[in-house]
Ligand binder design. Structure first.
Ligand code: FDP
Length: 328
């Protein structure tokens, strides 16, 4: 090969997906069309996040979402951006947001609506005011024939065809799985593209770090309390950002375990199965880790409602097993 004059990373999200599709003879390219909309939306959201206090995007809007949580302006802005960017992609039949009670039914299967995209537009939004990392989480399902369209979405996480998140942190990072390992991209602001920085990420083992809101300890089950006591006696360290995307991203890269167990206020757990737990569980499993809820594999939970909550224990398999060893 001739001498190269540039060392720039030029493998974009788009070119990586197209290359992967070439390995699947039946691929139609439709899927890359969805991911390009997600890429566009998250660049626009990231731009708004980075304009906090410069533009009027901070503070709450004085209304509660379907989860009963006070909506932040950036929650509403991020939701709107995703709905606008994904809404006109012809192969998306349904868009479902953690922020909206009902999903948006865009196209029937007969009209070409093959996929449902579920998303948490801005996770960790209670951290926005203090410039702590927040993120967007997404999950893609193939819509099944028959039944109501909402019913068609109530599939276990094992059926996800893709899942990912974008972390708006010190850099903007996109982590994606299409069921064939986990790839990581970083937004190169200078060219406006997510470029591939790691392929087939594997979650490290042996990191004695847990991530949990320990202030709720007296509300946790005996098993979780015993685990925490055991961890205190065994030289564990604690890291809790309070933004699931940021906490999970750290664990994906460095290992450890993230827990959000049932509490008195949230007896079923706080996190949403379809919008948060399932996509994160798919990523963690694809990277060689484990994701469970009260001893059950999260991806096998049969959802009963779109906004269903679940408890979560996920991370390196050795660290998840150390937690499970304390459940009776
Ligand atoms: P937030 O309420 O700030 O949006 O599910 C939302 C979430 O953040 C997660 O990102 C985070 O892990 C968790 O809730 C934090 O909950 P606690 O404040 O109860 O620890």
């Amino acid at each position: 090969m001739e001498k190269r004059w540039t060392q720039d990373n030029l493998t974009s999200l788009q070119s990586n997906i197209l290359a992967e599709e070439r390995n699947h003879p039946g691929a139609t390219g439709e899927f890359s069309w969805i991911l390009s909309a997600i890429s566009l939306a998250t660049k626009a959201i990231g731009n708004k996040v980075r304009c906090a206090r410069i533009q009027d995007v901070i503070g709450d809007v004085g209304e509660k979402n379907i989860q009963g949580e006070v909506q932040q302006k950036l929650d509403v802005i991020a939701n709107e951006i995703i709905l606008r960017c994904l809404g006109d992609r012809e192969n998306i039949g349904i868009l479902a947001s953690e922020e909206n009670e009902n999903p948006f039914l865009l196209r029937s299967r007969a009209e070409g609506g093959k996929y449902a995209v579920l998303f948490d537009p801005l996770d960790g939004s209670s951290n926005i005011d203090s410039s702590v990392g927040v993120g967007t989480i997404f999950s893609v399902l193939r819509l099944q024939d028959g039944g109501s369209r909402e019913q068609a979405m109530l599939q276990p996480g094992t059926e996800q065809v893709a899942a990912g998140y974008v972390l708006y942190g010190s850099s903007t990072v996109l982590v994606l799985t299409t069921g064939n390992g986990v790839d990581m991209f970083v937004l190169d602001q200078s060219i406006g593209s997510f470029v591939l920085v790691s392929k087939k990420l594997t979650i490290p083992h042996g990191n004695k770090t847990y991530s949990i809101n320990e202030a709720y300890t007296i509300n946790f089950s005996d098993g979780v309390q015993q685990y925490l006591e055991w961890a205190h006696q065994n030289e564990y360290s604690s890291r809790y950002i309070g933004s699931m995307v940021a906490d999970v991203h750290r664990i994906l890269l460095k290992g450890g375990v993230f827990l959000y167990p049932p509490t008195t206020i949230n007896p079923d757990g706080k996190l949403r199965l379809m919008y948060e737990a399932n996509p994160m569980a798919m990523i963690i499993e694809q990277a060689g880790g484990m994701a469970v809820a009260e001893g059950v594999r999260i991806l096998e939970i049969k959802p009963e409602g779109l906004h269903q909550r679940t408890s979560v224990v996920l991370g390196s398999s050795d660290q998840v097993e150390a937690v499970l060893a304390h459940y009776s």
